[in-house]
Design a protein around this ligand. Structure first.
Ligand SMILES: N[C@@H](CCC(=O)N[C@@H](CS)C(=O)NCC(=O)O)C(=O)O
Length: 203
């Protein structure tokens, strides 16, 4: 399989984490590498990465790719239907609710010197990110994973939290379950294996 990938994109990072956790043999190609854009753009009507090329066809949209990886491996979703629903709902929550505030922070800080940052936009984005956390803190409780195994929310939320951290937004102490969960996720080999090079430099 081939994954067309943007290293610092949270949707792509989530897919890379899932691939690493599953130990799948996938060639990861940077979407901007010379000559690659002409290959992947025509494969998707949505003009976005990630795009996964498989023997069974081309899959775009990260949530559909995650479902494909779960289907293929039989291990990325919990066995119980009720838990599978939880995993899918939290995955959706990560892509929509957690992403919106963070996007403001990242877009404002990225490619701009610090003295040009719009602190009002940044603070509003951080506030919005924090507002998304109480629900996750309660859902996680003090379990190892959001469901009974490493699943969609682990990959999706790890990528979001790691991007937050790289842009100076820590998980506040009021969320001890999320803080220790995130520390555990970062200690997994999949994190080191998939971390974008640019974010490593920022640490
Ligand atoms: N709904 C899409 C969103 C993916 C997305 O927004 N990807 C961005 C990067 S984060 C992208 O490819 N942007 C086009 C570009 O950078 O040229 C998914 O879940 O796969």
């Amino acid at each position: 399989m081939i994954l067309f990938d943007k290293p610092e994109c949270p949707f792509c990072w989530k897919v890379r984490l899932a691939i690493a956790e599953l130990g799948l043999d996938v060639e990861v190609i940077n979407y901007l590498a010379p000559g690659q854009e002409a290959i992947w753009r025509p494969l998707t009507p949505n003009t976005t990465v990630p795009v996964l090329v498989t023997d069974e066809g081309v899959i775009y949209e990260s949530d559909v790719i995650m479902e494909y990886l779960a289907d293929l491996s039989g291990t990325l979703l919990p066995a119980k239907r009720e838990e599978r629903n939880t995993a899918r709902l939290l995955h959706k929550y990560s892509d929509s609710k957690i992403g919106v505030g963070l996007r403001e922070v990242i877009f404002e800080k990225r490619d701009k010197p610090e003295d040009k940052w719009d602190m009002d936009r940044i603070n509003k984005g951080i506030e919005r990110f924090y507002q998304a956390l109480p629900f996750l803190e309660i859902e996680l409780d003090n379990q190892d994973y959001f469901t009974s195994c490493y699943s969609f929310p682990e990959a999706a939320i790890t990528a979001r939290f790691a991007l937050a951290e790289a842009y100076g937004v820590e998980i506040p102490v009021e969320f001890p379950n999320l803080k220790s969960w995130f520390a555990r996720m970062k200690a997994r080999p999949s994190f080191e294996q998939t971390q974008p090079f640019l974010l490593r430099l920022n640490r």
